[in-house]
Design a protein around this ligand. Structure first.
Ligand code: F6R
Ligand code: MG
Ligand code: MG
Length: 373
């Protein structure tokens, strides 16, 4: 029987150093300790702990399938413990994404973000995980379209017969809580019509049309809808599978040679240019940003992350490369231009999408002074 392996990435802002900037070492230590124990106990086979700005990211490879209560509980307890540590150190926003108290078997809907993909391992299976800070899941619509539907970006759509049938996209309507599957290229215009509205429609999964091979899975959460109020940005994660009849790793990365605008900068209330960075630069500074994105590549091998001679998982820090220097420079340039606009749209989000706003107070204060025009 073909081996079934699950890649899970579960993330949470449990508190950070100097405002919403970076996950400090003591919180990494909690995660490392717990995942090491889980590995020794045989619950997971491999793990890698990293950060996207102020979000603690747990990458785990195991054979328990998606939405497994034990795996989700491991993540939940790790985030709880890290949040307690953050609280004891008086770190900023300690436990801010842990929105519910009692764990009931699945971490979805409780605050943390989750992307999971169960795969039948191919002879060689390259994977990229993306993790972003200061933005929401809609930020992945544009690159996912470029990767799996745009023949001007992914050459394989045109010249690899294994991709000629195109790809299927599952699109979530995060307002109505419904989903629809659209097939590209046949329904490409309908697809763009939906996913161009990045604040509402978000791509949750992608399959190769020819054989329904799963090739992408993303976290679709709206923290504000779970909590009923603003509690921080969703800071999404996504898993993408590549090569051998799927987009090559280079085709998965090429959309990030330029920056593009995403929602969620400063107070979840501004548009900002995405900045692809190495783990070294995975920290938010100017105006709490610009929104950062890291991409880690690895090979799945017999239920594990392929390891080096010392048993250490081999992880490629894909944006640690001068090829993305232009995008970073563009992000600084576009970001500084937007910031000169202050609180004027479109630098600021529209009033219905702002997470922080004083508009209600301003309107009620001025109510009596508004006269018929
Ligand atoms: C956090 C974020 C930040 C905060 C901002 C204000 O995810 O996006 O930009 O919204 O730093 O935070 P408070 O209100 O906690 O001072
Ligand atoms: Mg934070
Ligand atoms: Mg964050």
């Amino acid at each position: 029987m073909t081996q079934k392996t699950t890649v899970s990435i579960i993330k949470c802002d449990v508190g950070s150093l100097a405002g919403h900037h970076i996950v400090p070492k003591p919180l990494f230590n909690v995660a490392e300790k717990n995942l090491k124990t889980a590995k020794e106990q045989g619950l997971i086979n491999s793990y890698y702990v990293f950060n996207a700005g102020d979000d603690l990211e747990l990458l785990m490879v195991h054979e328990k399938g998606e939405s497994n209560p034990e795996i989700h509980k491991l993540a939940w307890q790790t985030f709880k413990e890290a949040a307690d540590k953050a609280l004891s150190l008086k770190l900023y926003g300690a436990g801010q994404d842990l929105l519910k108290d009692a764990f009931s078997g699945n971490i979805r809907g409780m605050g943390p973000g989750v992307a999971e993909m169960e795969i039948e391992e191919r002879p060689s299976d390259p994977i990229v995980v993306f993790a972003a800070d200061k933005t929401s899941a809609g930020a992945f619509n544009y690159p996912l379209f470029r990767i799996f539907a745009d023949p001007m970006s992914t050459a394989g759509l045109v010249i690899d017969p294994n991709m000629a049938d195109g790809f299927k996209f599952e699109v979530m309507d995060t307002m109505d809580n419904t989903k629809v599957v659209l097939k590209s290229p046949e329904e490409m215009y309908d697809l763009i019509a939906l996913i161009g509205t990045v604040q509402r429609y978000m791509i949750s999964r992608v399959w190769r049309a020819r054989d329904d091979l799963i090739c992408s899975s993303g976290s679709i959460t709206r923290l504000s809808q779970i909590a009923g109020k603003y509690v921080g940005k969703d800071d999404p994660v996504m898993i993408v599978r590549g090569q051998h009849g799927l987009p090559a790793i280079g085709e998965i990365l090429v959309p990030f040679m330029h920056t593009y605008l995403v929602e969620g900068w400063m107070r979840g209330s501004h548009w900002g240019p995405i900045m692809p960075v190495s783990l070294r630069d995975s920290k938010c500074t100017a105006f709490d940003g610009p929104p950062r994105l890291v991409a880690l590549g690895f090979q799945v091998a017999n239920g594990h992350i392929a390891c080096d001679d010392n048993g250490i998982p081999m992880i490629a820090d894909l944006f640690d490369d001068p090829a993305f220097e232009l995008a970073r420079k563009e992000a600084v340039k576009v970001g500084s231009m937007l910031r000169r606009m202050g609180e004027f749209e479109p630098a600021r989000l529209g009033p219905e999408e702002m997470e922080y706003t004083t508009l209600h107070q301003v309107l009620s204060k001025l109510k009596e002074r508004f006269k018929p025009a």
